[in-house]
Structures are given as structure tokens and as C-alpha cells.
Design a binder for this molecule. Structure first.
Ligand SMILES: [Fe+2]
Length: 264
């Protein structure tokens, strides 16, 4: 019998407590990832309920959501950054962390395999096509849940009058009027924008907008629309013609996708 989710949450809290040390800024950053993990679990529960997952698959999904960023804690402890480019891939680090810690103690072999697989795949640019069906299902929910939660966090850090927290916005340059045209072009082509091309804070807004094309579940797309996240992302961008054209396209596409239509 797999331990109940409540037990996994207790273990996670104890695991995080082991990393909560250092300056106020360090504690803030650790807490940010802890709360993110719990909110990603919330989102995942919304999706599994809406999609009518069976109990076992729902359990695996919830555990994977809770643990998806386990690698963030050792990553920050060692490198003081959440930038994978400046440290190491936090998903792979997460897998190593799960294997070493007691977080998955007492779970069946199958459960461990699916959860570890979903953690490993939660941040890949494109999911492999031939995944085991359960792993595929679980991973897609974790990826949508992760995206839904991280958008407001980044928005909050991009929007204020305080200087950008370099750990959260990955050291981007803050200039209200500038963005990288190649990132805008990627989103216009309905592609997932690439982190490595980002230079300006506005590029991060564009990258988050490109997630419209990478969400897997109607529940998540609807949440993006209903929570006003897309509007807030566009509000931060300059109002030039290219951005307005993108805004029209993305809004139309999102509504079409929610209604289950395929994009032309
Ligand atoms: Fe992550």
C-alpha cells in the first residue's frame, strides 16, 4: 500500500525544512519553491478531478506534482540560483534527490517509476512521443499545473516597482520598451519560446504567453483565461503593432483550443 498523500506532504515539509537556512533572501527563495510545489499540487488536483482520473493515477499525479521541483532545494543550497543554465538541470537533480531521500519510502515499484519519470520529464522542451501511457498522463498534468502556477509568480516579480529579483527572473534586463523580435516570432508561429533566447524581462512575458500552445488540458487553458493571466502578460508588453497582432492571434487561438477546435 502506498502511503497516503498526507504522509507525502508531511515528508515534503520536513525535507524542505532541512534547506531553510541562510539570509532572509535565501529563506524567501526556498519558501517560494515550497509554496509553488504545494500550489502545483492544488492545480493538479483540479485537473485530475475534472478529467476523472482513476484513484491510482490521480495519486501518482498528485505525488509527482508535489515532488516535481524537489531538485530546486539542493540546487539553491549548492548554487544559490534557480537558473539551470548557470547550475545544473533541476529535474535531473530532482531525480537524484528523490532516489536518495526518504520522500518515496514505502511506495510500490510502479509508483516510484512513474513519479521519478514525471519529475525527470517535467521540464523537457518536448515530451517524447512513445511514453508509457500512465507516465504520459501524469507528466502532462504536472507540466500544465507547473505552468499555471508559475505565471502569476513571475508576473508579480516582473510587475512591481521593486528591482527584479535576479533569482526569480533569471537575471534578465529590465527595459519596459524592449523585447527580442525572434522570441515574438516564435510565439507568432505557435511555437514554444526558448529560454536560451531570452534577454529582456519582456521576453519572459512572451515566453509565458507561448505556453498557450503547450498546455495539454482544457481545464488549464480555461484557468489561464479566467484568471486573467493572459491579459496581465500582455499588459506588461509595449503596445506596438507586432504585439497587438500577437495578442489577437493568441486570444483567438486560446478560445478555439478551449472549445476543442484544432488550430489552422
Ligand atoms: Fe521545475
Amino acid at each position: 500500500m502506498n502511503p497516503p498523500l498526507e504522509e507525502l506532504k508531511r515528508r515534503f515539509a520536513a525535507f524542505v525544512a532541512g534547506f531553510a537556512k541562510g539570509s532572509d533572501q535565501d529563506l524567501y527563495n526556498i519558501r517560494l519553491k515550497e509554496q509553488h510545489s504545494l500550489r502545483v499540487l492544488d492545480q493538479a488536483q483540479g485537473i485530475t478531478r475534472a478529467c476523472g482520473f482513476d484513484l491510482e493515477t490521480a495519486y501518482l499525479t498528485h505525488a509527482a506534482a508535489l515532488f516535481h521541483d524537489a531538485g530546486r532545494f539542493p540546487q539553491y543550497a549548492e548554487y544559490k540560483t534557480f537558473s539551470d543554465a548557470d547550475s545544473e538541470n533541476h529535474a535531473r537533480l530532482g531525480v537524484r534527490t528523490l532516489l536518495r531521500s526518504d520522500l518515496l519510502r514505502g511506495l510500490s515499484k510502479k509508483a516510484r517509476r512513474v513519479i521519478i519519470g514525471a519529475v525527470a520529464l517535467h521540464n523537457v522542451h518536448r515530451l517524447p512521443a512513445d511514453l508509457n501511457p500512465t507516465l504520459d498522463k501524469v507528466t502532462r498534468v504536472v507540466r500544465d499545473s507547473d505552468k499555471l502556477d508559475i505565471i502569476p509568480v513571475i508576473l508579480e516579480h516582473l510587475g512591481g516597482d521593486r528591482p527584479l529579483n535576479p533569482v526569480v527572473v533569471l537575471g534578465l534586463e529590465d527595459d519596459a520598451e524592449r523585447y527580442s523580435p525572434e522570441i515574438l516570432a516564435q510565439v507568432m508561429r505557435r511555437e514554444l519560446a526558448e529560454y536560451r533566447l531570452m534577454r529582456w524581462a519582456n521576453d519572459f512575458r512572451l515566453l509565458l504567453i507561448s505556453w498557450v500552445y503547450d498546455l495539454n488540458h482544457a481545464w488549464a487553458r480555461r484557468a489561464l483565461l479566467e484568471r486573467g493571466l493572459l491579459d496581465r502578460l500582455f499588459q506588461g508588453l509595449p503596445g506596438d503593432r507586432a504585439v497587438s497582432a500577437l495578442r489577437d492571434q493568441v486570444n483567438q487561438d486560446l478560445k478555439a483550443l478551449i472549445q476543442g477546435r484544432t488550430l489552422a
